[in-house]
Design a protein around this ligand. Structure first.
Ligand SMILES: [Zn+2]
Length: 106
């Protein structure tokens, strides 16, 4: 008799095929960007619109250094720290505050 049988000693959470399916579902989610996205929270299992917090990243510091060496001194080189478009974006769940991912500019 041909067929695939599951051993009863394996629980559904530890079966390799089921682990692959759940990993595939995580990869299939739309990648995070700089704007809020609709995403399923892995902790509270709700579909939420992510909350985005911007923080200084590598691109912010590189632009600051570049502006400084181009002659933008006396605080003008700190302008990138005031512009959200050059900062990294941290996505979190608005319900349970779980960090869902970080979008890095560089
Ligand atoms: Zn959540």
């Amino acid at each position: 008799m041909l067929g695939v049988t599951l051993h009863t000693s394996q629980t559904p959470q530890t079966h390799p095929l089921l682990c692959f399916v759940s990993l595939y579902m995580l990869v299939a989610v739309r990648p995070l960007g700089a704007n809020p996205v609709q995403i399923a929270c892995p902790k509270c299992h709700r579909t939420v619109l992510s909350k985005v917090d911007h923080s200084a990243g590598l691109l912010t510091y590189l632009l600051c250094g570049g502006l400084f060496f181009c002659g933008f001194v006396l605080g003008c080189c700190l302008i990138p720290f005031c512009v959200d478009r050059v900062k990294d974006a941290k996505h979190s769940c608005p319900s349970c505050k779980t960090i869902l991912g970080v979008y890095k500019r560089l």
